[in-house]
Ligand binder design. Sequence first.
Ligand SMILES: NC(=O)c1ccc[n+]([C@@H]2O[C@H](COP(=O)([O-])OP(=O)(O)OC[C@H]3O[C@@H](n4cnc5c(N)ncnc54)[C@H](OP(=O)(O)O)[C@@H]3O)[C@@H](O)[C@H]2O)c1
Length: 335
Amino acid sequence: MKALVLERYAGAGGIEFADIAGPRIEPNEILVQVHAAGLNPIDYMIAKGDFKPIIKLGLPATLGSDLAGVVTSVGSAVTRFKVGDAVYASTFDLGFGALAEYVAVPEHAAALKPAKLDFVQAASIPMVGLTSWQALKERAQVKPGQKVFIPAGSGGIGTFAIQLAKHLGATVGTTTSTANLALVRSLGADEVVDYKSQAFEDVLSGYDVVLGTVKGDGLEKALRIVKAGSAVVSLIGPPTAAFARARGMNVVLRFVFGLLSRKIIGRARARDASYSFLFVRADGSQLAHIATLIEASHIRPVVDRVFPFAQAKEAIAYLEGGRAKGKVVVQMLAP
Ligand SMILES: NC(=O)c1ccc[n+]([C@@H]2O[C@H](COP(=O)([O-])OP(=O)(O)OC[C@H]3O[C@@H](n4cnc5c(N)ncnc54)[C@H](OP(=O)(O)O)[C@@H]3O)[C@@H](O)[C@H]2O)c1
């Protein structure tokens, strides 16, 4: 079968289409014919080797992790899915790449596709949905009436997280460039800062939760807008010693991550805030919850561009440009 494969850690130069053997499933896995695969920044970061200390990949490895498709066979221990089911899943960090014609998906990582979404829309959801859920609901435990700051509101994470935070009853602040102001307002953002003309730390205040989504000095600046007792949950690092421990990493990496995060943890403490790094995990039961929110129209997908599978490399390059409005999706099978 055709797959987009990382052959060596060299960014775009290390990615090629390849004809590889189709996956064989284990008893607890389903085989999915992929109709569409959503892209995420981690796909090009992995290709560059940025995650080598954290994610152990045997190369060549199929890229991608978000997918929507149809079950074509089920392992003997599978109980929740049958052949013909339309499903969506994240295989992130599980060792199964989604940018392929077929993917073996562990049953625990999949959920039925929201019926109101087509395959492209459904494939846009898993990583941003799971990350937002795990950051806002599990980690920060956002409560009605709290103020949540979600910078980069027009990106893949932002477009989902704004809607989830609103659904949880929060007041949402965000940043975006002038062209995307209307988009983020349409998703429910209450306090919108055009970062091209204003510094958010000069206009926002009283936040209970901050999501770290933009590299640079944004996290430190965000500490100026938080209340005492607030939670800063970073998706972009620096990773912490606690994260390294939870992942079973060796003592050297624990030490290195401890050093890398020492400054931001100290600055957060000085503001009576907590700092933590979140690394998303695949979770089909959370995707099933997210599907109910989509079916009830609390959350809608925001898809910027769709590329045919043959142009998957161009799709990754477009995402890497950093200007996507919502999600970039690769389509394997036309509807
Ligand atoms: N730790 C984890 O488990 C995890 C999971 C998912 C994602 N992430 C990380 O989270 C980050 C965001 O992911 P994503 O999927 O949202 O990326 P993305 O879709 O590629 O983000 C693109 C968006 O970022 C906006 N943007 C760029 N610079 C900005 C700035 N200075 N201020 C405000 N907006 C800005 C752009 O809007 P404009 O064109 O208006 O500038 C664009 O809409 C990435 O670093 C990703 O790797 C981490």
